[in-house]
Design a protein around this ligand. Structure first.
Ligand code: SF4
Length: 588
């Protein structure tokens, strides 16, 4: 029977005081959230979603919930991070509180002490020594790898496997819970990272994109290097050499594909070709095992791995097509490859995430409307009571952080030519109001940045700090933070930036962050899922509103100058959080 609320409050308080700080104080709403999360896990609710605004103490909510669940109920957890900077924050928390929990990133983030390569190309990997052999000191030593005892990766992996709570990236979790467990589970039931009672997904609004980029097959427009390497191997060993140049044929077919059936037919042919390479990969591995010439066969082994990975992605996708029909496939043409995406992301999340996880908590500051989110993560038809939401109210005082919006000058494709000049004039006025203060201007694209730069007077331009690509953005950020009254201007300033205190006192949005409809996946999802397109734009805007208000008492004035906001507010007000709705003020 699930314990009552008082018991859970006592346990959460005891745990926090024992492991975090004897004088630990919960933030407003935090203890209630933790109690609710734990109750739902104990009640075996499959999916929980939590909108937790900045300042609600999201990561400590995750840590305390996982800690209490293990301490009092022996329930084990994974905590998943969307990127390495979030991972580093959790790592720092575990260190600060001395929590002996696991934290593991992908192999490429660790260095082999024996040959100085990343661990996936470390001495043991080149000689195909299994991680299972390395995890046990005795077997590692027998295999000639006494270094495993001191190896950072091996140590972290061992701890991650044994610990009751383990922090890892989404990417690593997906690989471990799908491919690795499939490959290893057959042997003697050994699974390095088996299903745990609870999976906490931080920054969960990124899960859909992560799943897409992880599983979308990519078809190169030219013969890839791995095929060339394996062709040579096949020819030398009298194995039938596949027709690698047909890659170009299938890529061209894909380019000219007019309908779903054409896309699938080209993919099927490409998949057949990949199966031939997967076969050669097996032959390479057989030879490597027999001759122990791992180092000599390094290039072929690496090429074989790539062939196997591409083959898996393609076959998995074709499996989904069998289940859901060819209409799920959309193509996006890049310079060097064509990406095939599945429009039913929810089905992919079900297959690769829900089906390999027990109870789940999706949390973020910007999940948006929780009914829409239910559809996006593929649990629209889940049994009653198996999807529960939680909207944590913000505790920040936003009285000095209004969001002004203008209903004039829409920046839609048709109207932007007429709107851009009046918007530039408004920007000059706002920047002059904030003399001596730092701020940011979200331009939406580089074209708008250029137009703005052409328009502003020289004295204001001196304050502008711009960039033209991702690498330059880092330098621009440093210059901005060193400046006294700099204005950071660019198209990608809505996510991942923390401008606390006086680092940013005003923020201007020149163009609403709608995703580009030139992307076929975006266009297809817009048609398929009502409100998804508007919801994405609202989520990006809300991410942006969070850049300059990082703690209670912090403030930043926001301006949305793209007049398209008027219809977004009129028809999709429900997609904005309550806090945001209360901060809106129309510009006169
Ligand atoms: S176990 Fe030894 S050989 Fe393998 S990555 Fe670690 S240090 Fe390198």
């Amino acid at each position: 029977m699930t314990p009552d609320k008082e018991t859970l409050i006592k346990q959460a308080t005891e745990w926090a005081q024992k492991y975090l700080d004897p004088n630990f104080e919960f933030r407003k709403y935090q203890l209630e959230s933790i109690v609710l999360i734990i109750t739902r896990v104990l009640d075996e609710v499959k999916t929980q979603v939590m909108n937790a605004p900045t300042g609600s103490g999201k990561s400590l909510t995750a840590i305390i919930s996982a800690g209490v669940l293990f301490e009092y109920y022996k329930k084990t957890s994974y905590i998943l991070c969307s990127d390495l900077s979030l991972f580093a924050q959790y790592e720092a928390d575990l260190k600060r509180y001395n929590l002996p929990w696991g934290h593991l990133k992908g192999k490429d983030n660790y260095v082999c002490q024996r040959n100085g390569n990343i661990v996936s190309c470390g001495e043991c990997a080149l000689n195909m020594v299994s991680t299972r052999t390395l995890q046990d000191a005795e077997s590692a030593e027998k295999a000639g790898y006494s270094c495993a005892k001191e190896c950072e990766y091996v140590k972290m992996r061992n701890l991650a496997m044994k610990a009751p709570v383990t922090v890892m990236t989404y990417q690593l979790y997906l690989i471990q819970r799908n491919y690795v467990n499939d490959l290893m589970g057959g042997e003697d039931g050994y699974m390095p990272f088996p299903e745990r009672d609870f999976v906490i997904c931080d920054e969960a609004h990124k899960l859909n994109d992560i799943i897409q980029s992880h599983y979308a097959p990519r078809i190169p427009v030219d013969v890839p290097e791995f095929m060339k390497t394996l062709d040579k191997y096949a020819s030398k060993h009298h194995i039938k050499v596949p027709d690698s140049r047909s890659t170009i044929r299938w890529a061209n077919k894909l380019k000219s594909a007019k309908n779903h059936a054409d896309i699938i037919s080209a993919m099927q042919r490409y998949s057949d070709l990949l199966s031939e390479y997967a076969y050669i990969n097996e032959k390479v591995r057989e030879e490597a095992q027999k001759t122990r010439q791992f180092r000599k066969l390094r290039a072929e082994l690496t090429a074989g791995n790539l062939a196997r990975e591409c083959n898996c992605k393609c076959s998995d996708f074709l499996e989904l097509v069998k289940e859901l029909g060819p209409q799920i496939a959309v193509k996006t043409e890049g310079e060097n490859e064509i990406t095939i995406n599945c429009t039913y992301e929810g089905e992919m999340i079900t297959k690769y995430f829900h089906n390999v996880s027990k109870c789940e908590l999706f949390m973020s500051a910007t999940l948006g409307d929780l009914t829409l989110y239910k559809e996006l993560i593929g649990v629209k038809d889940c049994p009653k009571g198996q999807y529960k939401g939680l909207d944590v109210p913000s505790t920040f005082d936003f009285s000095k952080s209004p969001i002004y919006y203008s209903e004039a000058n829409p920046m839609s494709f048709k109207e932007k030519a007429n709107s851009i000049r009046p918007i530039c004039r408004q920007i000059i006025e706002i920047c002059n109001m904030f003399k001596g203060k730092r701020g940011i201007i979200q331009t939406g694209n580089y074209e708008n940045t250029t137009k703005l730069l052409d328009y502003v007077p020289a004295d204001l331009k001196k304050r502008f700090i711009t960039y033209t690509n991702a690498r330059e953005k880092n330098y621009a950020l440093d210059r901005f933070l060193e400046s006294e009254d700099g204005i950071l201007v660019g198209p990608t300033l809505l996510e991942g930036l923390n401008f606390d205190g006086d680092k940013c006192r005003f923020s201007i949005c020149m163009k609403l962050p709608y995703a580009s409809l030139a992307n076929n996946l975006v266009a297809a999802k817009k048609d398929l899922i009502p409100n998804w397109y508007a919801g994405q734009c609202v989520a990006s805007l809300e991410q942006g509103f969070g850049r300059g208000v990082r703690f209670n008492g912090d403030w930043c004035v926001n301006y949305i100058l793209d007049g398209c906001i008027a219809s977004l507010i009129k028809y999709n007000a429900n997609l904005f959080s309550r806090n945001t709705q209360m901060r809106f003020k129309r510009l006169g």
